[in-house]
Design a protein around this ligand. Sequence first.
Ligand code: ARG
Length: 717
Amino acid sequence: MKKLLLSFLAAVTLLQVKADEGMWIPSLIGKNYDEMVRMGLKLSKDDLYSINHSSLKDAVVQFGGGCTAEMISANGLLITNHHCGYGAIAGLSTIEHNYLDNGFWAYSKEQELPAKDMTVIFLERVEDVTAQINAATRRYKGDKQAKKLEEVIKKIEEKAAENKKYVANVKEYFNGNQYLLLVYKKYTDIRLVGNPPKSIGKFGGDTDNWMWPRHTADFSMFRVYAGKDNEPAEYATDNVPYKPKKYLPINIKGPKEGDYTMIFGYPGRTNRYEVSYGVEVAIKDVNPSIVKIRGKRLDIMKAHMDKDKAVYLKLTSMYASIANYWKYFIGQTEQLKRLHVVDQKMDNEAAFTKWAYKNAPEYKGLMRDFSKIYNGYNTYAKHAVYYSECFKAPALAKLGASTEKLYEELDKENPNQDTIKKHVDAIKSARKSIMKTFDKGTETELTAEMLKLFYQDIPKSQHPSVYERVIFKKFGGDDMDKTFRNYAAYLMDNNMFLDSNKFNAFCAHPTLEKMDEDPVVVYALSFVYNYTTYYEPKVDAFAKRKKELAKEYVRGLMEMNKNKLFYPDANSTMRITYGKVLGYSPQDAVHYDYFTTLDGYVAKIKPGDDEFDSPKELVDLYKKKDYGMYVDADGTLHTDFITNNDITGGNSGSPIINGNGEWIGIAFDGNWEAMSGDIAFDKNYKRTICTDARFILFLIEKLGKAHNLIEEMEIRK
Ligand code: ARG
């Protein structure tokens, strides 16, 4: 009886929409509006999203493809996280002008530094194209349907792009049950305006990452430039600051517990509708593999970065992003277990099947179908992870693997010259980007260690032939480490990719013979063909079937809960989440306050430490309590705070907005106790970690002395 009742309750609570849970689609936010108002929103629906006049959506951009940023002045001034600007800041830094270590402040527009390759996109409008897509694909099945789908999407996107005036994407929502067209304007002249020293912008480093309490000032500032007509334009010295349709005024009253907060941003990916079988594979195979491989990779990189500052600057951004998701998967696994997510999901699935038997027989075998596909998948899930995370980690593997398509074309009876050219261009551009983070010492060690790890952890029957036919035959000895080291050193010195003359000669006249003679091509393609011949087809078939089942599952859940408002999984499109400022209890008898202070920051400082040191100037300001107008009523300077908004990776840099539409801080992280949040939202634990607007402005004014920037913003109290 108890069990039955429990699973019934679980089914009811499964997707019960609570204010704090949900990443809502901006164009459909009207459905949540009444609740938002009840919680403290003072704006109109049209102030949130409108295509006819300016609204909050116009102030928020996707930054660099994977982060969020927002407009905070009438002149295109943009703020995002420090960890989002990190690559650009490191790229602009040299040993002589080390903006990463020392910070950077532009005191005039002339001093701003063009951030190459940076882009931002502004959302113009969203349109539901589900009916159009269904009409075009309904009559087909299987592969034919997939092809039709691709065609109709391409057609819709091309039309909406109006001859490259816009960037247009059709995206799937609710696991393929709905399609929306998103139309953007893309700006590419982006310039660095300011950032605190790394010791402040990344204070606490990887030790504090994904954790509360936190004291990081995770922000950096850029400016969007446009042509004289305010339209996108390639970098040019006479471009002018972009005039946004909307920018956010800043409120420095300071958040109080219970205050309404909302976040607009670009969450990347969640899997909230994942089934119990998927969670089991994650816990058992996928996550521990990623953690092990990345841990090894990070150790190797760190040893080389610590020895040489130039290597440090070259690798630090890549290091930070590998470390970020290394720790993420440690936390996710821990919390999936602690919160018994597999059991929760199993209860929900049992309730779903029970409902299906009674009310919707077409779904009654769905869970059994899931279980079947996962049974097959278990035997090669690990290989798939090792292929992408381990084999492909070293630069040589990526360089070699980039020739796959060209190899295939040249192997044909009548290779097509245009196709060859296309593949050669792709290899050139892959090489260009891989070489940006190439350091020979690091890469030699990495190649050897990744070869060894793959060899040891993947069943022998699944190994590519290069191990027996080349490595052990020609480099083998009793000492395995030495074998892989010697082979890696040999690869390093014998290939066409690291020798520009040889590489250019190859690109001018690519032949199969040259490829067969290149040791790096031989090594990489042995892994590639082993994977693409035996494992990739299985992985693809699994993914395809899983997608079909997941679509049915979500549709079934919506039928089962007709009166409930559903939100779709994150998919790198703009979403709104609303909730409030709120502390939490991480474990029995422990309570976490909703904010931290500079007192706590200074108490954490460890002079000379890689993660916990900070400039003397900050400590001096602290000693003098020189907080200016940013001081809290309690006499301290607040640094970070938390809310119960529902965000994930990609939301980094999102604005925290109060009920009046004012900016009160910037979101930058999630908390340890809710690291399973991308798979299952937990109301008790899930929090968003933000840097307080007052801490940011204090650093700009008192540490950076960039009064020009403070004056540019609209600050309210
Ligand atoms: N966990 C943060 C996020 O995913 C990134 C923090 C970057 N800092 C770091 N120490 N790696 O948004």
